[in-house]
Design a protein around this ligand. Structure first.
Ligand code: AMP
Length: 462
């Protein structure tokens, strides 16, 4: 509930972020930029084109695509009427939106498969806790228009390579949940079985037996475990086509030596999945295993949304959860955007010249800090010190007349006078030599200066 302002005390209760939402601060942005750049590089290498769909969608897209009876639609979706009285929602995931776009933009007419990727915020009104937010970022990779099992395998391989380059260990869980051909028989059998076990199921699972029996299989409640353990397994009910598809996916993974764990309880819980389902779970042994990503085949989704029958497969990963793992390691080298040069000026004429010099350096790609509103050199050097820049350029009246500039090495305190016309080249040379601007550790500036050669191969993120 919104907090009231305190009239008595004459101050306003400061507004905070909504529960489960968070700011991404400048000190973290180097890591976020590095991460999205890495995704972009992976996408390019594997032939995926970037697509960004609106954050707001018609609510019926998600209720039809993801499915009534799922947690996302029934409990977690932000749904409201907009000013035009249309029922809209904040996207709780990407897949339905990408399928909507595939249909709407006539991508059926492009060479198939159409490979798309996205990165952006999604919204779920879930109970916030560690690693669980109400607004969080996902990146999604989907391939539309190809039913070959090699596409399933390639998406899993892509994700595994990504995690491996980030040095984030994951376990791949994989399953097949069949298709419209074989799943109904299995589900009928499962329901029959679960009905005989109702007394040993938790209340939520009891409800799910009728509504969404598959979901009983991924219930984490202790009470349900023995009934789930003895439940019939979908792999025993797969039709020939689904079984062959699954075996081929596994063969491709074996070929590339991607380790996986068969998990007959991995159902993923959304209506649109068919055949392959998979998840990437953190393999850190010291903390609770957390799903970092998951996906599967969704051959029926495009048709469910009114398009022509179109096979598809894809996955989504949670950015915050992965970055938390990357940060926890504490030795990740990320390109730094922190400035390495500060421009200080003394006197109003020097300020104008400093403004011009700032622009020259900026155009040369040098990250610069300044505090142009300050007059005295002391406060400016203090700011430069706080920013931990390596060099400060000092421009005073004398330098202006002589067309020179002072370069102060902030580590040694040594000052040198150089020709103002040569300052850009001079700074480029020095920055390159100190290598200080290039990397930071987890977004914090690395003042020691680390060259790329110094990065151990298993830690290298490049
Ligand atoms: P899902 O499609 O629900 O499996 O979500 C894909 C990935 O998004 C998960 O594996 C998580 O990494 C991430 N994710 C899902 N829900 C949340 C959440 N509430 N907060 C943060 N990350 C989440």
């Amino acid at each position: 509930m919104a907090k009231k302002n305190s009239k008595d005390k004459g101050w306003f209760e400061p507004v905070q972020t909504l529960k489960g939402m968070h700011d991404i601060l400048p000190q973290d942005s180097a890591l976020w930029d590095f991460f999205s750049d890495k995704i972009r590089k992976f996408a390019t290498a594997y032939g995926f084109g970037r697509i960004e769909t609106p954050v707001l969608e018609e609510a019926r897209l998600i209720s039809r695509g993801v499915g009534e009876g799922t947690d996302i639609v029934d409990k977690e979706m932000y749904v409201f009427e907009d000013r035009g009285e249309e029922r809209v929602c904040l996207r709780p995931e990407y897949t339905a939106s990408l399928a909507r776009s595939y249909i709407q933009q006539g991508m059926l007419n492009l060479p198939q498969p159409v490979k798309l990727y996205s990165i952006g915020p999604v919204f779920r009104h879930d109970n916030p806790q560690a690693g669980r937010f109400r607004q969080f970022y996902q990146f999604e990779f989907d391939a539309f228009g190809d039913r070959h099992p090699v596409v399933d395998a390639q998406l899993i391989i892509l994700a595994c390579k990504f995690f491996s380059e980030l040095a984030v260990p994951v376990t791949v869980s994989i399953n097949s949940i069949g298709d419209a051909n074989c799943r109904p028989q299995y589900l009928a059998n499962l329901v029959e079985y679960l009905k005989t076990k109702k007394s040993s199921l938790c209340d939520v699972s009891k409800e799910r037996v009728a509504k969404n029996p598959f979901r009983v299989l991924d219930c984490k409640e202790e009470k349900c475990q023995s009934a789930i353990g003895e439940a019939p397994q979908i792999v025993d009910w797969l039709c020939t086509e689904c079984r062959e598809h699954f075996v081929k996916v596994l063969e491709f993974l074996d070929e590339l030596e991607v380790p996986y764990v068969l998990n007959s309880r991995l159902v993923r819980g959304l209506d649109y999945y068919t055949r392959t389902t998979f998840e990437f779970v953190s393999a850190d042994s010291d903390i609770d295993p957390l799903a970092l990503g998951g996906g599967g085949r969704f051959d029926g989704l495009v048709e469910m949304l009114g398009g022509r029958p179109t096979p598809a497969v894809g996955f989504a990963c949670g950015v915050e959860r992965i970055l938390a793992k990357v940060k926890a390691r504490g030795d990740v080298l990320v390109p730094s955007s922190a400035p390495s040069v500060f421009i200080a000026q003394i006197g109003s004429e020097s300020r104008k010249a400093a403004l011009r010099m700032f622009d020259e350096l900026r155009r040369a790609g040098i990250a610069i800090a300044e505090n142009f509103s300050k007059d005295g050199l002391g406060p400016q050097l203090e700011t430069a010190g706080r920013l931990k820049v390596r060099f400060t350029l000092i421009l005073g009246q004398k330098e202006l007349l002589d067309r020179t500039v002072i370069i102060r090495d902030m580590e040694s305190g040594v000052q040198e006078i150089v020709d103002a016309a040569k300052v850009v080249g001079e700074m480029k040379k020095r920055i390159e030599k100190s290598n200080q601007q290039v990397y930071s550790i987890n977004g914090k500036q690395n003042l020691e200066g680390t060259s790329q050669d110094e990065i151990k191969p298993q830690n290298s993120l490049f």
